[in-house]
Design a binder for this molecule. Structure first.
Ligand SMILES: [Zn+2]
Length: 491
């Protein structure tokens, strides 16, 4: 439920998949191979489609088009925070590129929040053992959508708690007038076990709900321990989600190291912090989802979406989150175009706007296309980085699995043959999957994804070109399979 709430608020990383059951093991990999029961394959895909799928896979694995796209987005355009001039530049760029490969391109208007980062500094100005006239620097960043402190900052005592229960136990008396630090640890062991999405899900609720919970008890600011898997003294940003009727207090993320520092000092005596956060919330701004269609030959009105989100956080250049997802989707379309294969249904590339701090792209699309929901045959999103793909997450009725076994067999040759039932295959496609549209995403190796996620280190070098191409292959094969499937999916 918390996961659904997060996705509704557009606060999740879209590739975070709530997996039903365990992460794929050798046993489930096995299940991906053709089942021993009579297979419905011939009725699902024509021999020609199966042959084309293999050719698409091979061509995508060799393609460097996607890497060139993400390189341009990151290096030539840069961070693409919603409402920024770079976000608009990225819209124009992707639209131009999709036109250049022969897609029918449209920009669909989305009204987006426009939040701008300001100054963000903090220091401990009083703490046990301090030398006179010194401070301890605290490395932090504002959370997306945070309100500001006064321009000169605020100074208050710090209380440290681990979770919401500890906050409640302190109560109003001990929280009022203080800066609250939620020191909830990201479970690195869980991430190492390929359950990074679950580890993220546990910790990120303090980012989304912590500031309002602290504000309710009279805190003057709320800080969280960064939600991330590696400790390089990097703060991890991400949107917070103020509750409507509660006081909005400035909100930031401190590095894991600085959270540890504060947590060590507080039991020794009084710790006081000066905090300066000066972000601004400007009036909502016009922006766009970029849409490019490869028109279907038999059922052009039926749509298979492949997508990633074009906006990114501003600290890094949005390579793994989510230039990679946009690039893999563009690459998939390019491969199909270059092979001159004609899908029976329309394959629609979407570069979503505003996944990170509002989800307005996904919400607006679902609303604008309300009457065509039944014609959305399947929707896919890639938003878990660019790590080696292991297979396909499918959010359909469980019996949908049989439809993808022939596809998994093809993908298994690049190690991507696992089929896994998932609840939430992506944030931007969430408004559509909630209405019953079958959803898909690549299963990606995300063991190191949260080391860089939402930090200044989300840069192009984190993408391995070969692995990005492997993702493009999964997207292209899944999209073309859906587009040419001979039977409707259970929904
Ligand atoms: Zn993302």
């Amino acid at each position: 439920m918390k996961q659904r709430a997060l996705i509704n608020a557009g606060l999740s990383f879209a590739g975070w998949v709530a997996v039903v059951g365990l992460w794929p093991s050798a046993a489930s990999a096995q299940e991906a191979s053709p089942s021993p029961t009579p297979t419905p394959t011939p009725a699902l895909y024509s021999a020609q489609t199966l042959s084309e799928l293999k050719q698409i896979q091979q061509a995508a694995l060799k393609s460097d088009y996607g890497y060139k796209q993400v390189a341009h987005l990151c290096n030539n355009i840069g961070p693409r925070l919603t409402g920024s001039v770079q976000a608009q530049k990225a819209v124009d760029y992707v639209a131009g590129e999709l036109k250049a490969i022969g897609l029918e391109v449209q920009l669909e208007k989305v009204t987006v929040p426009h939040w701008v980062r300001g100054e963000e500094t903090a220091a401990l100005v009083e703490f046990p053992g301090m030398a006179e006239n010194t401070t301890q620097k605290i490395v932090l960043c504002a959370l997306g959508l945070s309100v500001a402190t006064p321009a000169e900052g605020l100074t208050a005592d710090v209380v440290v708690i681990r979770d919401f229960d500890e906050l409640e136990a302190l109560g109003k008396e001990k929280v009022s007038g203080k800066i609250v630090l939620f020191n909830y640890h990201f479970d690195k062991q869980m991430a190492a076990q390929s359950r990074a999405g679950d580890a993220y899900g546990q910790a990120v609720k303090y980012r989304s709900e912590g500031p309002s919970a602290a504000g309710r008890l009279g805190a003057v600011a709320a800080l969280i321990r960064s939600v991330g898997g590696a400790d390089y003294r990097l703060p991890h940003t991400g949107a917070t989600d103020y509750k409507k009727d509660l006081p909005k207090i400035p909100a930031g993320a401190v590095t894991a190291e600085d959270a540890d520092l504060i947590a060590t000092l507080v039991p020794q005596g009084n710790v006081r912090m000066r905090l300066v956060l000066t972000p601004q919330t400007l009036p909502d701004a016009p922006s766009f989802n970029v849409i490019g269609d490869v028109k279907g030959t038999e059922h052009p009105e039926q749509i298979v979406v492949i997508s990633g989100h074009l906006d990114s956080w501003d600290l890094g250049t949005g390579a793994i989150d989510d230039g990679a997802g946009v690039a893999a989707s563009m690459d998939a379309a390019n491969v199909i175009q270059k092979l001159h294969f004609r899908p029976k249904r329309t394959i629609r590339v979407i570069a979503w706007m505003n996944e990170e701090n509002g989800l307005m792209g996904g919400k607006t699309y679902a609303k604008d296309h309300e009457k065509e929901i039944a014609n959305h045959f399947g929707v896919m999103e890639t938003d878990g980085g660019a790590g080696h793909p292991l297979g396909i997450n499918y959010a359909t009725k469980p019996e949908g699995r049989a439809f993808f076994e022939p596809v998994a067999k093809i993908l298994q040759s690049s190690g991507a043959g696992i089929l896994q039932l998932a609840e939430h295959p992506g944030a931007d496609i969430g408004p559509l999957t909630k209405l019953g549209v079958p959803g898909f995403s690549p299963i990606q190796d995300n063991r190191t994804y949260f080391n860089y996620h939402h930090t200044a280190a989300d840069t192009l070098d984190k993408i391995v070109p070969k692995e990005l191409a492997e993702n493009a292959a999964v997207v292209a094969v899944t999209a073309y399979a859906l587009a040419n499937l001979e039977a409707p999916l259970p929904r």
